[in-house]
Design a protein around this ligand. Structure first.
Ligand SMILES: *[C@@H]1O[C@H](CO)[C@@H](O)[C@H](O)[C@H]1NC(C)=O
Ligand SMILES: *[C@@H]1O[C@H](CO)[C@@H](O)[C@H](O)[C@H]1NC(C)=O
Ligand SMILES: *[C@@H]1O[C@H](CO)[C@@H](O)[C@H](O)[C@H]1NC(C)=O
Ligand SMILES: *[C@@H]1O[C@H](CO)[C@@H](O)[C@H](O)[C@H]1NC(C)=O
Length: 386
């Protein structure tokens, strides 16, 4: 009798356990399915936030994973016609996506890696009017691609001393101040992120302009993707890039040399950019034939903004006020100070450029009327309302 009861109880318990397991299995399947579909919604099967950037909030947009076929189609099989440049990451192609969007595609050889995907997700998580947006990536056939928004009117360096320098009407002081301000806003935005992002490769060639001449800073944080195995470019290019890098510090034991990147090294690079904007020349050039210093060393040794008037780009004519120009020069000097502590923060540099630009506008505009006025250091000219 009691044995029968025990068997009945045992059987019931077994049935309950079985039902429990089945419920668990169904529940697990449903949960698993929903998490998979959540990932594929973003067009990517990789988890969207992992690793050291795990703490940041990802809300609006996420990197898109492109198919290699789509990139072949967009660039007409990476035809030479669409090759628009070559950078540290590799060749850069212009591409037209199915939806009619123009993009810039960077291509290099590389094995697929999760680290690459993580960095791309981080770098594409923020957007700003003065930053070139990273749209997505692709890793297939041992190739790695980065897909950026396309900025049509080239780099500021090409307008200052490169192929596009015939567009002279855009080189007036007020335009240069606008370009400086936009670039400063882009860089200051990177420094204000949490976690903050150091650009690490800021240079005049990385400030692009769109069709309305709005500057957009390119390649923010790209150095993080390049990693330690950085391939040195052609030596003349390397030398031209080197000038934007803050001085190298040698550690006390003199065993190893290391380059430290920080917000303040970005400020140094930004100061060199301002110097190129002011002079219309590459900072590697000498200010005069009887000097063997380059522009940066020359300014560092003089420390006197007054003397800098000799390097002001002649193409600006006298269409600027001496007051605003002098303040602009005074701002460059501390930015390229060899001591990082003495360099100002990017947010301060940005506010100063904004103030100088407003001052220049005030001084060249009288009560909003189109009145010819004379200002110190510049000849008679028509003041134009912007
Ligand atoms: C690209 O290559 C594929 C196969 O190699 C070929 O079928 C296609 O016609 C090519 N497209 C263009 C635009 O050259
Ligand atoms: C931008 O480039 C296009 C094509 O080269 C040119 O027609 C246009 O005038 C340029 N815009 C500016 C503001 O320079
Ligand atoms: C100076 O400004 C005037 C009026 O805006 C313009 O006509 C002239 O071309 C400018 N000169 C230079 C050198 O930019
Ligand atoms: C420019 O003019 C406005 C109005 O007169 C004034 O409020 C402002 O402080 C001026 N800005 C600078 C930088 O001089």
């Amino acid at each position: 009798m009691s044995r029968n009861l025990a068997a009945a109880v045992g059987g019931a318990a077994g049935a309950v356990a079985l039902v429990g397991i089945v419920i668990l299995l169904i529940w697990f399947c449903l949960f698993h399915k929903s998490s998979v579909s959540r990932n594929s919604e973003t067009g990517s099967s990789e988890p969207s936030q992992v690793g050291r950037h795990g703490g940041i909030e990802l809300t609006v947009r996420d990197a898109r994973r492109f198919e290699i076929e789509e990139l072949f189609h967009a660039t007409k099989n990476f035809s030479d016609k669409n090759l628009i440049g070559e950078g540290k990451f590799g060749e850069v192609y212009r591409g037209l996506l199915h939806d009619g969007m123009l993009v810039a595609i960077k291509k290099r050889h590389g094995f697929p890696s999760q680290e690459f995907v993580d960095e791309v997700h981080f770098l594409s998580s923020f957007q700003h009017r003065n930053l070139v947006t990273l749209l997505g990536y692709c890793q297939e056939n041992n190739l790695q691609f980065l897909i950026y928004e396309y900025v049509p009117n080239g780099s500021v360096s090409s307008h200052l001393y490169g192929a596009a320098q015939q567009s002279r009407d855009k080189l007036e002081f007020k335009h240069r101040l606008s370009i400086a301000l936009g670039a400063a806003k882009g860089l200051a935005h990177l420094h204000s992120l949490s976690p903050r992002l150091v650009h690490k490769d800021f240079k005049t060639a990385n400030v692009l302009v769109d069709e309305n001449f709005i500057p957009k800073v390119a390649d923010a944080g790209l150095r993080n993707i390049l990693g330690r195995v950085e391939i040195a470019g052609p030596s003349s290019q390397a030398a031209a890039d080197e000038i934007f890098l803050a001085p190298v510090y040698i550690s006390l034991d003199l065993v190893r040399e290391f380059r430290t990147y920080s917000e303040k090294s970005d400020v140094y690079s930004f100061g060199v950019f301002l110097l190129e904007l002011l002079s219309g020349r590459e900072a590697t050039e000498s200010p005069s034939s009887d000097s063997n210093q380059n522009l940066v060393e020359w300014v560092q040794s003089k420390q006197d903004p007054g003397i800098m008037s000799g390097i002001v780009d002649e193409r600006m004519g006298s269409n600027y006020t001496a007051e605003a120009m002098e303040e602009f020069m005074s701002l460059i000097v501390p930015c390229i100070d060899s001591s990082s502590e003495r360099r100002p923060a990017m947010s301060y540099v940005m506010m100063e450029i904004d103030r100088i630009r407003e001052k220049e506008r005030n001084l060249t505009t009288v009560m909003g009327e189109r009145t010819p006025i004379v200002t110190l250091g510049s000849q008679l000219f028509e003041a134009k309302k912007e």
